[in-house]
Design a protein around this ligand. Structure first.
Ligand SMILES: [Zn+2]
Length: 229
């Protein structure tokens, strides 16, 4: 499996998941079509599917343009059928998605929106706007309880799981995390690394679940130092 990260709009990431045996590919969360069309050409892969994590326009805005160009399967959460452009394959928790010879598992993780899902291919997690590097998504539609349950689900993934999230928010997230855990050395080190990568225009994504467990305040609710009140 090969993953190609595609920066879009201001700070979005889409991901091309390529099955190297068949050269079939899927695109996760295309914000816009143009850069995806070029990348598919450049990578010489056959795009078969769109995998949407949730309905927000900066994750589905490219669906119509890609569907103008190719006939594609469009995957997304079943109850969001009306909100995800071109949805052909409605999904629920535990369903599977095939790309060539790759199989991904669907995790229902509401909170940011009420129909948010993640896709897990081997040890690679595509979690949209639920879990970010050192942060989590805003509660636009779901409740704090739902987000807590969703993050609890993600916390159970193996430590070597690679976290491919929907945005480059890392520096701002670490700044906030440091206000909660100013003495967390993993966080100060992570901030240095993030700053140096961003100064060179390099992505801080993916992270790993091991790193998130050390640094992400939204997965560290047991940490006593995370309480400021
Ligand atoms: Zn969103």
């Amino acid at each position: 499996m090969r993953i190609v990260q595609i920066p879009l709009l201001r700070d979005n990431y889409a991901y091309l998941i390529v099955c190297e045996k068949t050269n079939n590919a899927a695109i996760v969360d295309p914000s816009e079509a143009g850069p995806i069309l070029s990348k598919v050409k450049e990578e010489k892969v056959t795009l078969r599917a769109i995998l949407n994590t949730h309905h927000h326009h900066d994750h589905t805005g490219g669906n119509p343009g890609l569907l103008d160009r190719w006939t594609l399967q469009v995957y997304g959460y079943a109850a969001d059928k009306e909100r995800i452009p071109g949805l052909t394959h409605p999904l629920n928790d535990g369903d599977e998605v095939r790309i060539g010879e790759l199989t991904g598992k669907v995790l229902f993780i509401p909170g940011h929106t009420r129909g948010h899902i993640a896709y897990l291919f081997e040890n690679k997690l595509f979690c949209g706007d639920t879990l970010f590097v050192a942060g989590c998504g805003r509660l636009f539609e779901g409740t704090a309880e739902q987000m807590h349950d969703s993050l609890t689900k993600l916390r159970q993934l193996p430590e070597d799981t690679l976290v491919y999230c929907g945005h480059e928010y890392t520096e701002k997230n670490i700044q906030f995390a440091l206000t909660l855990e100013p003495n967390n050395k993993h966080l100060t080190e992570k901030m240095q690394r993030a700053r140096s990568l961003r100064a060179k225009g390099i992505s801080t994504v993916p992270s790993t679940m091991a790193e998130e467990m050390e640094t992400n305040p939204f997965l560290r609710w047991e940490s006593k130092r995370s309480r400021t009140i």
